[in-house]
Design a protein around this ligand. Structure first.
Ligand SMILES: Nc1nc2c(ncn2[C@@H]2O[C@H](COP(=O)(O)OP(=O)(O)OP(=O)(O)O)[C@@H](O)[C@H]2O)c(=O)[nH]1
Ligand SMILES: [Zn+2]
Length: 217
């Protein structure tokens, strides 16, 4: 696979969506900005605001553009993110940690933010991926309505299936705004989720090594 095949840039992706359509895709695939604008205007009225006051006049359009960007992952084929891979005689662990996560809980459409740590052991044929692609994979799955558990396992499964990794560990730690700003109101509470696949699941010693690398300061 060539570098350019997999050069998925979510900002460009969002820009294309804002411009009305995805490159090559049908127009109906694009985010319906006017529809979001109309809905945001309705929300403003419903909460008792005046959407026509000066400060709010452009808000529905801004929110529509923001949503196109924040949910751009819905239009990314996550399997293509890992398309740049290299043959390399490396059958040891690769860990990238502290990858920023900004996602949206699908229950309240409020952000959850934190970090993801990803470790994998290349498969039999020794395919490794570009390091940035691991962060791109996080972005592709985070920029959509999510639950943290699914985000975690989707990342792990994609590494296992597309890259053919022998073992995968994904740990995500996030604070959910729906728990901090409203409802139970417990700011600072962190949710940790993990997904462990392949040899890392079966072999306690290798798993411990991965966890040590993730925790190492
Ligand atoms: N498992 C899981 N739960 C989540 C996630 N994000 C938000 N939630 C939870 O989703 C649940 C939704 O619960 P509901 O009782 O339907 O909604 P609610 O009345 O707004 O709940 P409260 O937040 O307790 O006020 C809440 O307990 C949230 O904390 C997530 O990523 N994973
Ligand atoms: Zn929530």
């Amino acid at each position: 696979m060539s570098e350019s095949d997999s050069h998925l840039d979510l900002d460009h992706e969002a820009a294309r969506i804002v411009n009305g359509r995805l490159g090559g895709g049908p127009v109906s695939d694009a985010v319906d900005l006017p529809r979001i604008e109309a809905a945001v205007r309705e929300i403003l009225i419903a909460v008792g605001e005046d959407p026509d006051r000066e400060g709010l006049q452009r808000t529905p359009a801004r929110v529509a553009r923001a949503y196109a960007e924040l949910f751009a992952g819905l239009r990314v084929d996550a399997s293509k993110v890992l398309a740049t891979d290299f043959a390399e005689e490396h059958d040891e662990m690769v860990v990238v940690r502290d990858i920023e996560v900004a996602s949206f809980c699908e229950h309240h459409l409020l952000p959850f933010v934190g970090v993801a740590h990803i470790g994998y052991i290349p498969g039999e044929h020794g395919r490794i991926t570009g390091l940035s692609k691991l962060a791109r994979l996080v972005e592709a799955y985070a920029r959509r309505p999510q639950v943290q558990e699914r985000l975690t396992s989707q990342i792990a499964d994609q590494l296992l299936n597309t890259l053919g990794a022998r073992g995968v560990i994904v740990v995500v730690e996030c604070e959910h705004m729906c728990m901090s700003m409203r409802g139970i109101r417990k700011p600072g509470a962190k949710t940790l989720t993990s997904a462990v696949r392949g040899t890392l699941r079966d072999n306690a010693k290798t798993r411990a090594e991965a966890i040590n690398l993730i925790r190492m300061t």
